[in-house]
Design a protein around this ligand. Sequence first.
Ligand code: CO
Length: 249
Amino acid sequence: MVILKLPNEIEKLRASNLIVAEILHELRQKVKPGVTTRELNQFCEESAKKKRVKPAFKGYRGYPFALCASVNGEVVHGMPSDRPLLSGDILSLDFGVNYQGYFGDAAITVPVGNVSAEALRLMQVTEASLSAGIEQARAGNRLGDISAAVQERVESGGFSVVRDYVGHGIGRSMHEDPQIPNYGVRGRGLLLKPGMVLAIEPMVNEGSYHVRVLADGWTVVTEDGKLSAHFEHSVAITENGPDILSRIQ
Ligand code: CO
């Protein structure tokens, strides 16, 4: 069941997502060789406390951190650790909060020091695929228009979209219907309406789209060990088109 949001609820979701965007913006400036993802997680926990919001991931199905930090061949749900980041790594930072009962959720992938041209292109194509998906988040379109736009942008860039994890509706729960695959067929699926709020989150692999979960029960990695990137925005569908809530205005 897809829950439509009233304009006043969209403003609450904007407030929550703006906090996520601000924390991610500060976080990305801390990413340097030698820094650990545990330190980045600590920054998120402290920032959330200062802003009087609850980190949304911590305790979710037993997940023990505020931040998901996925390095190189880690796709999503990477656990913060004491391994120092190295120049050449790419790092996906996924963060969410609960602010007055409304959830915010967004993700970015950033380079650590100097990265290869191919790693840079993977990040650029993934971010561009998110933009292409958002562009289709319009009343009267179908969910498949979003999914297909993401997939086409990714595959025309020579990369692959992860099948096993998807985007989601967001509101008073972090995960609501509908599920939003990053692959699909234009004109198919749910009819999009004003008041829907969607977390669109392409996970894009350099090599094959196959992934597996490590023994820690969380970390999703590429089966072939090649790189993966992830970008996410929470987007409201309005009468006037897509409204990106998780972007600093
Ligand atoms: Co999400």
